[in-house]
Design a binder for this molecule. Structure first.
Ligand code: 5GP
Length: 174
């Protein structure tokens, strides 16, 4: 494969995260905010978004894997790594790289809801348009993109390219 067209540039990402961070800073004044990143993809978004949040936030991570093929989500999610801490009574903001079918997040939010956080919201850098998905309230959203497989800024192709500072399409070559 080859790295294809850039869909969202590094500059656009940084400007958007600054905007999202400013809103989060305003909305969570006086709250006990914990950011929950969904590994592995969200670690890049989380690191950069967090530095635009002017509050004493805490970090935690979950790792999940969805059964099924590598490029199609099945909706059956296995928790590979759970949170290190309790979230009862905490204000939880789940940070995701991309919402595709939304099935992973749908499962994750239901799972976290049971733990009785004071609030539970969702931030995602990328939302794929034109996908039939369960209703998902993304409170802080970055960019709407076409329903294509993308790489970079945390998103991989066979484990690689997560370190690209931008989001690009994949070009298949023979
Ligand atoms: P969903 O459950 O919304 O279908 O997506 C779950 C996960 O699939 C995302 O968090 C992400 O890790 C992965 N994913 C979805 N779309 C893409 C994509 O276009 N590129 C890459 N590299 N991963 C994706």
């Amino acid at each position: 494969m080859k790295i294809g067209n850039v869909i969202v540039s590094a500059e656009q990402i940084d400007a958007k995260l600054a905007e999202m961070g400013a809103r989060i800073t305003e909305d969570y004044q006086g709250k006990n905010l914990i950011l929950v990143g969904v590994l592995k993809g969200a670690f890049v978004v989380m690191a950069d978004l967090a530095r635009h949040i002017d509050l004493p936030v805490e970090f935690d991570f979950m790792a999940v894997s969805s059964y099924g093929s590598a490029t199609k989500s099945s909706g059956v999610v296995r928790i590979l790594k759970d949170l290190d801490q309790e979230i009862a009574g905490r204000d939880v903001l789940v940070v995701e790289d991309i919402v595709d079918t939304g099935l992973t997040l749908h499962y994750l939010l239901k799972n976290l809801e049971v733990r009785k956080p004071a609030s539970l919201a969702l931030a995602a850098l990328l939302i794929k348009d034109g996908i039939d998905r369960p209703p998902l309230d993304v409170k802080y959203e970055g960019f709407h993109i076409p329903p294509k497989f993308v790489i970079g800024y945390g998103l991989d192709y066979e484990g690689k390219y997560r370190n690209l500072p931008y989001v690009a399409e994949v070009e298949e070559v023979d």
